[in-house]
Design a protein around this ligand. Structure first.
Ligand code: NAP
Length: 273
């Protein structure tokens, strides 16, 4: 039996065990995928379990996607470019770290809407956390480069700007001024996961048809997503990104590309309030 875990803190929201265990069963692979909430000082020890074979693979989520890097022996190009690792596996005697969030965002969303985006207008990215470089890298790969980045802690946005020179950083409290000129807004913050979270520009006027992508998938629609939809925006959540990043991780670990069935999507949606 091959063993896998997702590590993070907190982890109660994770749908990855449901998804990965569904695919093990569907593909008749003897695998078991669990979740492990841990502290930063335990990262070295858990990474070592991939080296010893106790674990075949690990997924990494909030807040460890950067913090895991010092313990990884080989980084894929995607992981290097984004300084972010969400999948560990063992290959050629080394613990390897990859970033499948980029593929998840591209396959679960971006590939479907790239043609709709007016490249002369701005793409407003909210947040500068672990997942943000993956989103900016994926956009840049599609030649969507007119990116404006805002984060509550501006120093973290400026650090990302050092990685991606096409990004313009603006203060968090100036967001509203940029909305008129914006074709798409991507929320990469965790704002909206809790129902009483504040919204960054609730009820500020947006262009009709503005595309809003939320990396959050639970709740299904955040307060911000609802308010943008009510103003004529087109909203998408992060569920498909989650599914596609998981699909890629499963393929890395097993060599099998699993099927994303309607049954799986229904099972996952049933877990979302
Ligand atoms: P992270 O590294 O902890 O970053 C959190 C971000 O949210 C930071 O930019 C932080 O701003 C911002 N933030 C938190 N509370 C805020 C508040 N009250 N006001 C304004 N900004 C606030 O997290 P992450 O790993 O990037 O993940 C972010 C979200 O993406 C999570 O909800 C995660 O579940 C989701 N996610 C989804 C997928 C998917 O497949 N759909 C994949 C990865 C992540 P500061 O820097 O100022 O603290």
């Amino acid at each position: 039996m091959k063993k896998f875990v997702i590590i993070g803190n907190p982890l109660s929201h994770s749908l990855s065990p449901l998804m990965q265990n569904y695919w093990f069963k569907q593909n008749n692979i003897a695998g078991e995928y669990g979740k492990l909430e841990l502290e930063e000082q335990e990262l070295k020890n858990i990474t070592n379990k991939v080296k010893t074979g106790e674990l075949t693979g690990i997924n990494i989520t909030i807040p460890f996607k950067q913090k895991i890097i010092p313990f990884v022996e080989h980084l894929t190009e995607a992981a290097q470019k984004t300084n972010s690792v969400n999948t560990l596996y063992f290959e050629k005697g080394k613990v390897c770290g990859d970033n499948t969030d980029i593929y998840g965002f591209q396959s679960g969303f971006l590939n479907k809407i790239t043609k709709k985006i007016d490249n002369k207008k701005k793409i407003l990215v909210l947040g500068a956390g672990g997942v943000t470089p993956s989103i900016i890298y994926a956009l840049s790969q599609k030649k969507i480069v007119n990116i404006v980045l805002a984060n509550r802690t501006i120093a973290k946005a400026e650090a990302i700007q050092k990685q991606f020179s096409n990004v313009q950083v603006i203060p968090w409290n100036s967001l509203k001024e940029h909305l008129r000129d914006t074709a798409m807004i991507v929320n990469t913050t965790s704002l909206g996961m809790k129902t009483d979270d504040p919204t960054p520009f609730n009820d500020a006027p947006i262009n009709k048809g503005t595309i809003f992508y939320d990396v959050i998938y639970n709740p299904d629609k955040t307060t911000l997503a609802k308010s943008i939809q009510n103003s004529g925006g087109e909203v998408f959540n992060g569920l498909e990104m989650l599914i596609y990043q998981g699909e890629r991780a499963f393929e890395i670990w097993t060599g099998v590309k699993p099927k994303i069935t309607n049954e799986l999507i229904s099972l996952m949606k049933a877990e979302i309030q």
